[in-house]
Ligand binder design. Sequence first.
Ligand SMILES: [Zn+2]
Length: 769
Amino acid sequence: MKKLQYAVCSALFLAAGLVNAQQEEKQDRESGHINENKFRQLYQEMSTPNMYRTAAGAPGAAYYQQQADYKMDITLDDVNAKLSGYETITYYNNSPDDLEYLWVQLDQNVRKKDAPGLQKNGSGFGFATQPGRFVNSYMKDPFDGGFNIEAVTDANGKALSHTINQTMMRINIPKPLKAGEKISFNIKWWYNINNHVEGRGRSGYEYFAKDDNRAYVIAQFFPRMCVYSDVEGWQNYQFWGNGEFALPFGDYEVNITVPADHILDGTGVLTNRKEVYTKEMMKRYEKAKKTYDKPVIIVSQKDAEKAEKTKSTKTKTWKLKAENVRDFGFATSRRWIVDMQAVKIGAKDVMAVSMYPKEGNPLWEEYSTKAVVSTLQSYSAHTFDYPYHKAISVHAKNQGMEYPMICWNYGRPNEKGEYSDRTKFGMISVIIHEVGHNFFPMIVNSDERQWGWMDEGLDTFMQYIAEQEFGEKFPEAIKGNEKYPSRRGEPSKIVNYMKGDQQYISPIMSNPENVYQLGNNAYGKPATALNILRETVMGKELFDHAFKTYAQRWMFKHPTPEDFFRTMEDASAVDLDWFWRGWFYSTDYVDIGVKDVKKYYVTAKPNKEAKEYVAARGRTVADLPPLVYLVEEGSEDYNENMKGSSPLEGATTLKEYVMDNFSAEERKNLKTPKYFYQITFDKPGGIPMPLIVEYTYKDGSKETITYPVQAWRKNDAEISKVLATDKEVVGIVVDPELRTADIDMSNNSWPKKETESDFDKFKNKVKGE
Ligand SMILES: [Zn+2]
């Protein structure tokens, strides 16, 4: 008879929490909390899907993007550290809109001596400051590194009206650029190159006083088109220094004229290699193309040391051509050492390249190119095959900055050539990070000006995976460590930030100009969130497929945060609105604890509550259907009726009683737990997370149960769970492996981990003496 079975189930259900859940929901509704439900969909926060961007998170039927092609002639004046250029931009209006004007970015204007950016922060005095900073701030005129725009002309050489507003220039075209049309125009410019070691910034030169030479890493060096899109219209939010760049894709032909004894490399295919390389370099280069196991030296330290001793007055022009890139950067100096190694990515050969001054050795010849190769392999496996023909790592002091196919990286031994583990791993990590930026945002081209986390967070997340894989590939490189010592990515590493003063924390979904602690906000927290999402919430298989889908959908396109959030759900069937809300839209933190544990005894005899329940309704226990009764250990009912009983009182009779109506076959499959616990978990933290609980039993065995995050959906504060088990529970720990970034572990254990009181400490000390 199925009726009794049903009664048993519902009685257990009743005891286990149905009543609780109903009460909780009622409380929520009455207090208005139901609108605050953390599991409600993100309809208010997210933009509405449309023909440009689908509800699935993919480019829509009407998706478009603009294109900007550049032809440039650039000249470096090494004596005066000046860069000048003449560029022709061809801009394609692929949008359905007619454009009355065009916006061009003049990033160097952030270095104008009267730039508002210099005064964007409050200032004041501490009790001391570094001499260099003091001199720069109060004893020197500000460096003048802004653009000097000498001419803006149309295709016929006629002057074009233009208006400069800080770092943005509006080109006032005579008639609107219609949908589907293109326009070409020219800009002639020059600027003073800054010393990036003194004044910081993402590009400039380092000066080597000993031999009076410079090493240049040059970027944001030419007027660049703004992005025009369905999301922002013209993205002309000023460059204030923190929010990086938003750039359209295009084809580049760039001729760069530098002293004849310089070695140069940059974005794109070097089309005149034979003209600029020596015969010896060509020979070594041909060898590198076929060498997959170790770097081949193209320019040796000896070559570089010889070159630094003299200065050529002649020039050479290096010609680079790049297709479908969003930017262009280059590095040039007579001091570069160069090595290269080929790496197979899919069916294609890619060249991994390093350029560094002798100050980088012996660290750079050992690890730079290795790190480039390993990064291309790791990122390609998790996203898409690296599509470009090369990836260059350039050593520049204190720099960590990325451009298509080329990046600048720090990490330098001391003058004796010695370096610490910290320097070594810092250098390998920054190379992995910056080479990784080729994927995000150089190819998956998000808007860095608005959303720092979309490239930094995704890249730092991938960096963690790539670092771990580097450690597995090169065990000798990490010797002394169990695994690669990643600085970011592990949940425990973000705890201090997340439990910090709320006044200095912003949601990840913030513009980089407006946040405190940009490193934690745009790098550490999103990277950790994604790592937790992968390892603890979604699982690697579902996550990896969805992440790859996002990367492939938006490869060579412009995604928004919603496109990422939606794709991750769409490709996995995991509802993640609660996760994005908690981790990306709020400053909440994770804190889940175990609050209370109750042990129950089970009996067929009606307990006190049941008697009171029926009495209140003018009935007697005889009117009750057959039920299983639960009596809490230590309760009045227990003390009166069950004290001295075994946990499963009348086990034999109870078993027969509940099994009465089962067949022999069915009985055989029934479990007969001996212990019944009701455990209450509370959640002082705002972010709901899966409830990972480790139970330790009296026989020493352990069992981990993960309750889904949905357990919190009807009560954000606490929930109870029943554990019916054969073995007595002696310990409970929430999140035992530190997988959720729980900020307070003091409430995670039952019984509470006893910390020695001051009195006990004193007592023990006295005893000891
Ligand atoms: Zn970065």
